[in-house]
Design a protein around this ligand. Structure first.
Ligand SMILES: [Mg+2]
Length: 300
């Protein structure tokens, strides 16, 4: 454990490394929301990625249409914050589908509902409270540990090692954290299977957040206080657009990672072709490539 241990919460260490990987460096790829090619600019003089209107942007800065006003870049970044589910691993693994099914089953058994009614309630609480758990705690007094251990009792084997992502993360200068509305155990299991666990300085999970999920401001502030993060020096990667709103408000740079798992209106609007909201500064559909490009740029 190196010097960054001081930034960990008590007993929150997952280990870390500062090895410099050989990251793949190629031409930047355009963000491709929901598999549909859409030009948000490639930082090469055209479209919304035009370097000419912001001297701080780099070629890997895939700015969204609002990038000009938001104008948040990566040059000052020293803290890299990653959501877990459908961000660090692709939604195509269907891992989150397993979790959703376990949530349905938990509600079905708890309240004696049909599978369909349980699914509807899960979605309603998710939209109303931010997470299904928050709704179950508020309306039914559910103990969070019982719910979380049940819903994360899944088969993690669909998650494959991701060496390009591991190399890219290892090459990022600064601290790296996982910030998840799930559990530490789930995050550790996923990160270990991806082969990236040792590249993170810590994990901030839903228990650390006192079961108040992202995007609540109090939770972001708790994260920053616990890990001594100055928001203007931080970059937040997320697959849920609305979870980036608070990150933006606090002064972080935001990156929306495309996910094919779009069960929230804020995702579906973008997938349907709507411009991303102003609090989404950058977008990518290839996290490993994006991070690798950032690392390569910062290494120069
Ligand atoms: Mg996610």
């Amino acid at each position: 454990m190196g010097s960054n241990q001081s930034h960990m919460g008590k007993g929150k260490s997952v280990g870390h490394t500062r090895a410099n990987g050989n990251h793949a460096v190629g031409e930047p790829r355009l963000p491709r929301p929901h598999g549909t090619p859409r030009d948000y600019g490639d930082g090469d003089g055209g479209g919304h990625g035009d370097l000419g209107d912001c001297g701080n942007h780099t070629r890997v800065c895939y700015r969204t249409p609002h990038g000009g006003s938001a104008c948040r870049c990566f040059e000052r970044a020293s803290v890299w914050i990653f959501d877990l589910d459908n961000t660090l691993y692709p939604a195509s693994s269907n891992l989150f589908d397993q979790i959703a099914e376990r949530m349905n089953l938990f509600i079905e058994r708890l309240l004696g509902l049909s599978r369909e009614a349980a699914q509807e309630l899960r979605r309603r609480y998710y939209l109303e409270f931010g997470t299904t758990l928050a709704g179950l705690m508020a309306r039914h007094g559910v103990a969070p540990d019982a719910f979380l251990s049940f819903v994360h009792d899944i088969d993690h084997s669909p998650i494959a090692a991701d060496p390009p992502l591991a190399r890219a993360l290892a090459a990022l200068p600064g601290r790296r954290y996982i910030f998840t509305n799930g559990t530490r155990r789930h995050a550790e299991c996923v990160a270990a299977r991806l082969g990236v666990l040792d590249h993170f300085d810590g994990i901030f999970d839903i228990a650390d957040a006192a079961y108040v999920p992202k995007p609540h401001r109090a939770t972001f502030e708790r994260f920053c206080e616990r890990l001594e993060v100055a928001p203007p020096e931080a970059v937040m990667f997320e697959d849920l657009p609305h979870n980036l709103e608070t990150a933006h408000a606090l002064g972080m740079t935001t990156v929306l990672v495309h996910s094919s798992y779009d069960d929230h209106p804020s995702q579906r609007e973008i997938a349907a072709g709507a411009p991303p909201p102003a609090h989404v500064h950058h977008m990518t559909d290839d996290l490993a490539h994006f991070v690798g490009q950032l690392a390569a740029r910062r290494a120069r």
